[in-house]
Design a protein around this ligand. Sequence first.
Ligand code: MRU
Length: 343
Amino acid sequence: MVETVQWTGSGVVMIDQTKLPRVEEFVTCTTYQEVAHAIRTMVVRGAPAIGVSAAMGVALGVLKADPANLDSEFETICSTLAATRPTAVNLFWAIDRMKRLYASLQGRPIEDIRTAMVAEAQAVYREDIAINRAIGAHGAPLVPDGKTVLTHCNAGALATAGFGTALGVIRAAVEAGKKIDVFSDETRPFLQGARLTVWELQQDGIPVKLITDNMAGHFLKSGRIGCVVVGADRIARNGDVANKVGTYGVAVLAKENNVPFYVAAPISTLDLSLSSGEEIPIEERPGSEVTEVFGVPVAPAGTAVENPAFDVTPNRYVTGIITEKGVAFAPFEESLTRLAKEN
Ligand code: MRU
């Protein structure tokens, strides 16, 4: 399976997701600023992968920081990484985890601090893969055999340290012997579905067909789709889900056609501090992502654009939220809070 992000000992290597599937090119970040740039420009993307990269970015920053100014440099490292993308809460979760460890190491020799920070970043990476496997194990029984699964965006190995959340559920269902195929929404404007999900599933030999975003309603009405599975960037306490823009429309169409709509995400994607999805900050990305496709204009020069990268699906459209600790069903405030507290 593809290596999305990896620690080398003195840097972070990422597959460049802006170039897939045309070329498989790897980017090596040797400073935390380069990691921040890679997150901002979506060389690496997907909530869990952003979290893992940020943890590695913090470790890298500490490794290269001047020991004489460590505390102030640490603050700058964390704030630079935190300013990259606002919606995926895994970014802030990972930085907070690194901050808590750093605080616990106060007064220790610099070499101990460096070793511990690197070990923590590697633990975030390893745990993410195990979490995705567990999400897959909980989600696979929900996938109807012999049907098509619809997904939006890329919530696969490329969006995580490995295996994936939504695609983890699909992979686990296939591993369990279910005969399923996948419809991948192309996911304009960044085309994560067309470029990344299709590429990833093809590598695994899982049958996948690409559809444009505006075809989802047609197929959800056809009776061919057994369920929808998507990932999430942030889930509020009441079960409202922020995910790639377009997810909301798919969820409404799924409910209209009695097709179960599942969200697969680690507990680190829950933001229990937010009472509803209304409070989730939605990233606005450059208009050129909408007016151009691979640098080629598809709209008249000077076209005004809005480009929210995410939307919020209200909890009433969500059949279940598949986490590594089990599946949460409505009422979500109760089920999510309980799962989050479980060891
Ligand atoms: O803008 P992106 O590509 O980072 O958005 C990614 C998504 O919306 C994914 O569906 C989400 O992060 C879940 S990834 C397991």
